[in-house]
Each structure stands twice: as C-alpha cells, then as structure tokens.
Design a binder for this molecule. Structure first.
Ligand SMILES: Cc1ncc(COP(=O)(O)O)c(C=O)c1O
Length: 388
C-alpha cells in the first residue's frame, strides 16, 4: 500500500478530547475538555422543540441562514460596535473550529509562517500543519503570561503571513489589554501580517477586565478575521455553531473553503439559536456573574487544598502546578491518565498547550454545576494520597 498523508506524523489526536474519552471510561469528573454540565438557556431549548416540529430540516444556505446572519450582525453591532454586512462579511461555520481552518486555508499558501502564543489552544498547531504552514511560537511568560515586545517583533521579522490571537486566552486565562493588542496590531501593519482572532470567550471575563476586539483597532479591520462561536456563550458546545467575520475581500476566500468543507451549518440549530443571539443584556450579566461564581468556588477550593494555580482574567481555565504529585520520570500525560483513574478527576496535560519544555502543569476548567465542582474538589483534596 502506498504511504498515506505524511502530515499525520506531525500531530496526534487531540489530547483534550482524548481525556474526555478517558473520563467517560473511568467515571472521572471531566474538568478536561471545556464544556458545561448545566443546561443551555431554556428559551433556546424551548425554541429547538418548536423548530423540531416546524423545520427547517434541509440544507441551509451555504453561508448561513439569512435570519441567523442578520442576528449575528445585530449582535456584532451591539458588542463590537461595528456594522457588518450580513451578506458579505460573515459566514456561519461548524463551530469556531471550522472558521479557523477555513481562514487559515484562505489566507495562506504552503510554506507560510503562522505565529501563535505559547501556551496555545492545541487546535491551532494541527490546523496550521493541515495547511502545510509552519507554526512560529511566541512565549507568554509566566506567572502573568505577558509577552516580550522584542521577542514578538523578532517573530514578525521571520516573515509571518498571519498571527493567531486567542483572546481571552485558552489556556493562560489572559485577557490582553488594549495596549498589548495595539502593539500586536502595529506590528501586523508594519510587517503586513493578517490577524486571526479566536474570541470564543469574549463574554467570560472577570474582575473589571475588558474585552477588546482586534478588528476595531486602527487599521486592523482590513486585515483581521474574527473567529467566534456560540458554543461557550450559550452553553451549546454540541451544536457546533461558529462564525467568522471579515471584510468582503477576505470573506469571499473563506467562503470558498467553507462551501466545500462543510456545505453549511445545521439549519434547525441555527434557527433555534437565534433566540440566544437576541437575548437581552440581563442574559450576559447573569452569564458573567455565574462564571464568577463558579470561579470563586473552584479557586477557593484549590487554594484550601494547596494546589498552586493561575487565577484567570477570563475563560474558565486554570493552569495548576502538579510538581509535588509527579512521580520521578512520569510524563504529564501518564500523570493525567493515572489521575483520572485514581483521583477521579480528568484534566489536560500541559504539554498539549506549551511549546516550552514543561512537565508539571495541567489545565482544569470550572464550567460545571456547583455540586460537580464540590465533588471534584473533594476528590482533589485526596490527590497526594492517591498519586504518591
Ligand atoms: C480557544 C478556543 N477556541 C475554539 C474552541 C472551539 O470552539 P467551537 O466549539 O466553536 O468549535 C475552543 C473550545 O474549547 C477554545 O477553547
């Protein structure tokens, strides 16, 4: 038999999603893959029941149902403060994941370099390799995960085609400030580089941090693709609804890839999710308050157990230091598999996110019901006995 795609040797399956399968197999509480165990807003699921009876059930318009795109444009006006043309400047995708893949293919040619901060969301490097591009990693320096402006510019000097900016950032929990984004934006303009943003956590922000939209920075609309999702904002990660926003010239190319990759996003789910996109301000206030509440339970619990972790500015992730519980010679992947079985809590090994050589970090998330968080904390309190 002839050899298959050689790129497959450059990445494995997603370790985040593998940990979910392990969690199911051994009955562990899943703090690995980021999704809630509480219900989506009732208004959305009630609407889904109606849509089940009324339809639509057939192929959608490829770029996304027109009423859904109009609702997205209205939400963009409301939060980003920008008028986008629902006909030409947005495409609805199979999650933000597909939006990113289509965008990378649309913007690059084989051999191009794509920068991303490390730690990074593991999809980005695999997607970059799909497109025969080369990832360039820029370190975010712990403990506060800032970047060094000179190191950043050195990456731009390597001749980038694009930079991926995850903001709020998974897994570091950083919410980049206006000044930080302006610095990146100025370099994008100086070196003629596209910005691909991943803003799926735009509404999960804590303690007075503010989400800045890269596309709104001076000179950036023309060169920015904003990727986003309904997964996190409406607690519907299984619905697989995402979107990209970009100026028409870029969007035309993204749509070409979307057309043949996906045909379209699920039509009944778009119809039902319009209820989410048109939720009143109180929804977002309660949503943010709920995340602050879950964060408080989890971080207070972690503090009292004595496991050091990063306190996120946004997102629902913490990076925890498991050095005291690692056995000599044990990899973080082995540790996480053992931890799921013995402690009963599934987490993600840090090597899935860090380009740097780290073996003592795991990512945990707290998008869970109070009782799930308390149960996970109870189990974590025993980590020392179970793991050493
Ligand atoms: C930073 C980031 N981007 C994208 C995604 C996936 O988004 P979607 O469900 O819209 O594909 C995730 C999911 O965990 C994520 O953390």
């Amino acid at each position: 038999m002839k050899p298959m795609n050689r790129k497959c040797a450059s990445f494995t399956d997603s370790v985040i999603r593998r940990m979910t399968r392990i969690a199911y197999a051994c009955g562990a509480i899943n703090l690995a893959q980021g999704f809630p165990d509480f219900d989506p807003p009732k208004a959305i699921t009630d609407r889904l029941k109606e849509v089940a009876a009324e339809g639509p059930h057939q192929y959608p318009i490829t770029m996304g149902a027109p009423n859904f795109r109009r609702a997205l444009a209205a939400k963009t006006r409301r939060f980003m403060g920008r008028d986008i043309d629902p006909e030409t400047e947005v495409v609805v995708t199979i999650g933000s994941t597909e939006a990113m893949v289509d965008t990378i293919f649309a913007l690059t040619n084989p051999g191009d370099k794509i920068a991303m901060f490390s730690p990074y969301f593991e999809n980005y490097s695999a997607q970059t390799i799909f497109a025969d591009c080369e990832p360039v990693f820029i370190p975010l320096v712990p403990p506060d995960f800032h970047f060094d402006a000179n190191v950043l510019e050195d990456a731009f000097k390597k001749g980038l085609k694009a930079i991926i900016i995850c903001n709020p950032s998974n897994p570091s929990g950083r919410v980049f400030t206006y000044e930080e984004l302006k610095l990146i934006a100025d370099l994008c303009i100086k070196y003629d580089v596209y910005a691909i943003t991943d803003e799926v956590y735009e509404h999960i922000i804590y303690d007075g941090h503010v989400h800045t939209y890269m596309a709104n920075l001076p000179g950036m609309w023309e060169r920015t693709v904003t990727c986003n999702s309904l997964s996190k904002t409406y607690s519907i990660t299984g619905w697989r609804l995402g979107y990209a926003i970009a100026p028409k010239e870029i969007m035309d190319k993204i749509k070409q890839f979307h057309d043949f990759n996906a045909v379209g996003a699920p039509s009944p789910l778009m119809e039902a999710a319009i209820v989410g996109l048109t939720m009143p301000d109180s929804y977002y206030q309660e949503f943010t308050a709920h995340y602050a509440h879950m964060k408080k339970i989890f971080t207070e619990g972690m503090r009292s157990i004595g496991i050091p972790f990063t306190d996120p500015e946004g997102t629902y992730f913490v990076l925890a230091d498991i050095a005291p519980y690692l056995k000599k010679g044990q990899t973080d992947v082995e540790f996480c598999e053992e931890m799921a079985r013995k402690v009963g809590v599934a987490v993600v090994p840090g090597t899935s996110f860090f380009k740097e050589d780290v073996n003592n970090i795991v990512r945990m998330h707290f998008a869970k019901k109070d009782e799930t968080l308390y149960a996970a904390l109870d189990r974590l309190a025993d980590i020392k006995n179970k793991m050493l």
